[in-house]
Ligand binder design. Structure first.
Ligand code: NAG
Ligand code: NAG
Ligand code: NAG
Ligand code: NAG
Length: 520
């Protein structure tokens, strides 16, 4: 009915692109003279912000696309609408805030002539997606609406409501509150090792409303996590907790969560990460772990104790920097409490009260303190401590005469893809695949009095990983810890590490019985 009425009626400005009449057209959708059709769910606009919050001055990607590749559009307009702020001098004339700046990204999209911040099609060939870049405004500009109208044929166009409009607001948190952007195309060639520092920042002074009444009972559980690829999730915001995360969040017991991670070792998981909970809620614990070009994100969790089901953590933190496509030299992230959605208690000391059905994981509401008024409970810092050079990552042509004169040690050759500045001193070659890799870097030198306070290494645990085709290809672990709390305390100020994990890659045959052992 609509198309009958509208198709072919009125002038379609696009077909007259060169005419002066068109140049006079107003910016945005008014270049079409027919009324808009109600929004159509086939098309949508997305902005790659975290949870509809933009980062001031940072570039974000805007995508206008059809949900279904078969649905195409020929023309479109993408525009920005800034927020308004009350004007104390003139109530009737609110102050306009800045919306930032839009740029085309691709050959099929251009800036509309004489129209600021309006992008349109370069030609009217059918398309199913176009991309633009949006540089968000500076701090203090509140919310911006990014919207599009699309025309599926001449003068048949859809208004910008619903899925064609996206309102994003300023993220008022600091950079350290935001996870780096995900990198779906990590180009790092080498494996790398990172040190993880978990710094507790939770105390009755910093969190007077958000600390257990029984102050002396407050603690973090052990810190558990993994480096992995996108097919593994320790937990997922807005999804239900796994049994392992439920157990961690409610009881501080990491056993099941560790088993969940071990099940994916050698498949989607590169390293199981484990550190003893920090000594008190404002001290630090350390661990280190390996990442690979395929497994370059890290997830971590630790329970807030006592609490119904509150925990701190991060899911899929990117270590392969999306800008350089190489290992990030360091990444810091503040942690705020999350709610595992499995226990309905409202206070730290609430008795157990199973939430049925379980709720999805969300931000924890503790004492009704709003998120933006909260101080971080802990800070994670990941520092690149070493990379493992592979022959294929070395570009021998970069070797200079001088380096050759030094003996031409292959370990000193800098891969062309890495800035020399960023190359750590202890770059090493990866052992041949059939050698057992020793992980000296997990055990920093200890003062003698602490050395003796540590237990001996446990025996190597059985090779852990998934049994497939009669073979396990995974990791074996052994542990070493302080013999007692007192010696831990004495050594803590010297080396803030209370627990050591050592591990090696392993390949073992697995019969039916060993499979059961591993997957128990
Ligand atoms: C377009 O917008 C940018 C930023 O919002 C502004 O700096 C510039 O002066 C505007 N140009 C015109 C012609 O309005
Ligand atoms: C953690 O849970 C496991 C499995 O239920 C149990 O065997 C273990 O004793 C628990 N650990 C602690 C410290 O309670
Ligand atoms: C926590 O431990 C650190 C040393 O590790 C110490 O300086 C600090 O005073 C302790 N805090 C509390 C509240 O005991
Ligand atoms: C972290 O890395 C950045 C470069 O990305 C550097 O400027 C900064 O100094 C580093 N910070 C620390 C604590 O190493």
């Amino acid at each position: 009915m609509f198309s009958n009425q509208l198709f072919g009626i009125g002038l379609f400005c696009l077909s007259l692109l060169k005419s002066s009449r068109c140049d006079e057209e107003a910016c945005g959708p008014s270049r079409w003279r027919t009324p808009a059709l109600p929004p159509d769910n086939r098309f949508l606009i997305t902005v790659n912000t975290l949870g509809d919050k933009y980062i001031p001055n940072q570039q974000h990607e805007v995508l206008l696309q059809s949900r279904n590749k078969g649905d195409t559009f020929i023309a479109f307009t993408i525009s920005l609408l800034g927020d308004k702020e009350e004007n104390p001098r003139n109530q009737r004339r609110p102050k306009s805030l800045l919306p930032g700046q839009l740029y085309p990204a691709g050959e099929d999209i251009v800036v509309q002539k004489n129209c600021n911040n309006t992008l349109i099609e370069a030609d009217i060939r059918p398309k199913s997606a176009v991309k633009a870049l949006w540089v968000a405004p500076a701090k203090g500009n509140k919310c911006v609406t990014i919207y599009a109208v699309v025309a599926v044929m001449v003068d048949v166009w859809y208004s910008h409501e619903g899925p064609l409009s996206r309102k994003v607001c300023e993220n008022e948190r600091k950079a350290e509150d935001m996870q780096p952007h995900e990198n779906n195309n990590c180009q790092a060639c080498e494996e790398a090792r990172y040190q993880m520092l978990f710094m507790g920042m939770w105390s009755p002074n910093t969190h007077p409303l958000m600390f257990p009444e029984s102050v002396h009972l407050a603690r973090f559980s052990d810190v558990v996590g993994a480096s992995h690829n996108q097919n593994f999730n320790l937990f997922k915001y807005n999804s239900e907790a796994t049994p392992g995360l439920k157990m961690l969040a409610e009881q501080g017991n990491t056993t099941t969560l560790e088993m969940e991670i071990q099940e994916d070792l050698g498949q989607n998981v590169r390293t199981l990460i484990r550190a003893t909970g920090p000594h008190n809620t404002s001290s630090t614990t350390v661990s280190s772990f390996r990442v690979s070009p395929e497994k370059h994100v890290v997830s971590i969790a630790t329970a807030l104790l006592p609490s119904p089901d509150w925990f701190l953590g991060v899911s899929n933190l990117e270590l392969c920097d999306v800008r350089t496509n190489q290992w990030a030299p360091n990444v810091t992230l503040n942690l705020y409490p999350l709610d595992a959605g499995t226990d309905s208690g409202l206070n730290f000391e609430s008795s157990n009260e199973e939430t049925l059905p379980h709720h999805p994981i969300s931000s924890a509401n503790i004492a009704n303190v709003p998120q933006d008024k909260m101080k971080p409970f802990a800070r994670l810092r990941f520092t690149l401590i070493r990379t493992y050079t592979k022959p294929k990552c070395l570009d021998v042509t970069t070797t200079t005469e001088g380096e050759k004169g030094d003996g031409g040690d292959i370990n000193e050759v800098v891969p062309s893809s890495v800035d020399r500045e960023d190359v750590p001193r202890w770059r090493e070659t990866t052992p041949k695949s059939d050698e057992v890799e020793t992980e000296e870097s997990t055990e920093p030198s200890l003062p003698p009095q602490c050395q003796s306070a540590l237990s001996a290494w446990t025996a190597w645990q059985p090779c852990a990983g998934r049994c497939a085709g009669g073979r396990i290809s995974g990791m074996a672990f052994r542990y070493r810890e302080f013999r007692n709390r007192k010696s831990e305390k004495e050594c803590f100020d010297l080396v803030p590490i209370t627990y050591y994990t050592d591990y090696k890659e392993c390949v073992e045959d697995c019969s039916e019985t060993t499979t059961e052992l591993v997957e128990e």
